[in-house]
Design a protein around this ligand. Structure first.
Ligand code: HEM
Length: 504
């Protein structure tokens, strides 16, 4: 068993930090029988883990070469388990969902958002709305019929030519997600300003993710990026509050027929400060800071994840023209990308699932677990107190015990008779071969909206354009990934695009 544990674990087993004593705790974790693919991590975020064996130590987020005696952790993070074996998430997140319903504390304080809400297994009517799926009708409506500006992202003037698609995609997807959030009246002139702010935020938060920021030292080391994040909060209020106010006014005028996300936020009533009371008289409307925090989560979580999957899928279509042709045959045979017609496209469904399996936009799913619930993860015993678990979504979808040729893009697996027939984007009741949207009480509330949007975009992009390898830059497609908050292509996809039909 010792051999299965990574170097870093052995190091902690041998040594105990004189200041924080965490080595001793790690010893308890490591000494217990641990299943393969469960790694015990400690003081060591993913970004610097590979350096552990070279003698580099992680000090409050900065990689320094120091003797162990000098390492100081004023507020050490709790131990963390990392899980990449598909047998465990089902047992934990589905069969024992209540125990895995909590998140570790967020990167930095937020007024309110769904990812950091400590609602545990009991979200109720007073929790902010998790039902993004209701918005699929709003978004698929914009994608339906002939390709609109939104579904054929600004490519018309450039075809046939070589383009880097990410920025075009981002602009189109963001505009759509902004409409799902604020309703039809969003002023398009200002959408790009909001897009830039959200993009900057995601990049900065990505740089800081996995770094324990609890201590003063950490705050000092990362002060520039933290200042950036706090400045971002001020800009959010400036950008989003006028849109929320406008929605309040237009809803009153038009009677609020459609329900964008902001409408739900305007209507929801939450318990008055920390009383936890269910009494209707003790509830209040969301404050402004809570509103823009939730809005920012919706826009940030909504756009980047969808863009990443579309870009990965286009990359596979470029590399595997036979998949592209098969998909185009199916898309051409169906009238338009509406909710109804999407159901008639099993190959499109399979292509999207295969992309989600291989390139899940959210690479890790973090949960906070109580010590006594650790046994649910196998026979592991843990130190006193809570600990964190991180499910490595990408490893789970590429496990060679569950998948044949896991690193090959083969949409056919999901079709009738294939090894993954019946596998969907969410966890099945009996097993979980992939979990791109997580599982259990905290599974992604944007799943329905995301899947519909990805399909609508892909259908339109394949119907309207031919996608081929780039001529410039050696003609290859670099499939290396980069985990920056979201899993993206390290080198943005560059492709040769040719329009198939006349623009409308
Ligand atoms: C391809 C698209 C997407 C992928 C792959 C994805 C994936 C995920 C995953 C893996 C989680 C963690 C689930 C868990 O802990 O079990 C999550 C949570 C979440 N997602 Fe998504 N997501 C996508 C799109 C969206 C969209 C479109 C939205 C909103 C507009 C959204 C909003 C959220 C929120 C708010 C949470 C936190 C939920 C909670 O903690 O209760 N996501 N997502």
């Amino acid at each position: 068993m010792e051999d299965m544990l990574p170097d870093i674990t052995c190091k902690f087993r041998r040594q105990t930090c004189a200041v924080c004593k965490r080595g001793a705790e790690a010893e308890v974790v490591a000494a217990a029988p641990v299943e393969p693919r469960v790694q015990v991590l400690h003081h060591q975020p993913a970004s610097s883990r590979s350096k552990a064996s070279t003698g580099q130590w992680h000090v409050a987020g900065a990689s320094l070469r120091l003797p162990h005696a000098l390492v100081v952790f004023p507020t050490p993070p709790p131990p963390e388990l990392e899980i990449g074996d598909p047998a465990l998430p089902h047992r934990a997140l589905v069969e024992n969902a209540n125990a895995f319903a909590y998140r570790p504390p967020g990167l930095f304080p937020v007024a309110l958002n769904l990812s950091s809400l400590p609602y545990g297994p009991h979200p109720d009517a007073t929790s902010p709305p998790r039902h993004f799926t209701l918005h699929t009708s709003v978004t698929s409506r914009h994608c339906s019929g002939r390709p609109s500006k939104a579904s054929s992202p600004g490519l018309s003037a450039q075809a046939p030519s070589q383009v880097v698609v990410r920025d075009h995609l981002y602009a189109a997807v963001f505009a759509l997600v902004a409409r799902a959030c604020f309703g039809d009246g969003v002023d398009e002139r200002h959408v790009s300003a909001r897009q830039r702010v959200i993009q900057e935020f995601v990049v900065t938060a990505g740089e800081l993710s996995g770094i324990p920021l609890g201590s003063r030292l950490a705050k000092l080391v990362h002060r520039r990026r933290l200042r950036h994040l706090f400045a971002f909060r001020g800009r959010q209020a400036e950008l989003f509050l006028p849109l929320i106010a406008a929605r309040r006014r237009s809803r009153a005028r038009h009677g609020g027929v459609r329900r964008p996300y902001v409408d739900s936020l305007i209507d929801v009533r939450v318990p008055s400060d920390n009383t936890g009371s269910r009494d209707i008289d003790c509830r209040r409307a969301l404050r402004d800071d809570e509103m823009w925090s939730l809005v920012s989560e919706f826009l940030g979580g909504g756009a980047d994840t969808i863009v990443a999957i579309i870009e990965w899928t286009l990359a596979h279509l470029v590399i595997q023209p036979e998949v592209q042709s098969e998909l185009r045959r199916e898309v051409d045979a169906v009238d338009a990308a509406s909710d109804k017609s999407l159901r008639k496209m099993p190959y499109l469904h399979a292509v999207v699932l295969e992309s989600l399996r291989m390139h899940p936009s959210v690479p890790f799913v973090p949960h906070r677990v109580r010590a006594e619930d650790a046994t649910l993860l196998g026979e592991t015993t843990v130190p006193a107190g809570d600990f964190n678990v991180r499910f490595v979504v990408g490893d789970i979808g590429r496990d060679s015990k569950a998948w044949t040729d896991p690193d090959e893009f083969q949409p056919e697996r999901y079709l009738a008779g294939g090894e993954a027939e019946g596998v969907g984007p969410s966890a099945g009741p009996k097993e979980m071969k992939m979990m791109p949207f997580g599982a259990g009480h905290r599974f992604c509330p944007g799943m329905g909206m995301a899947v519909v949007n990805i399909k609508c975009f892909l259908a339109a992009l394949v119907r309207e354009f031919e996608w081929a390898p780039p001529v410039e830059g050696g003609g290859g497609v670099d499939m290396t990934d980069l985990n920056v908050f979201f899993k993206v292509m390290k080198k943005p996809l560059s492709t040769r695009v040719t329009r198939r039909t006349r623009s409308v």
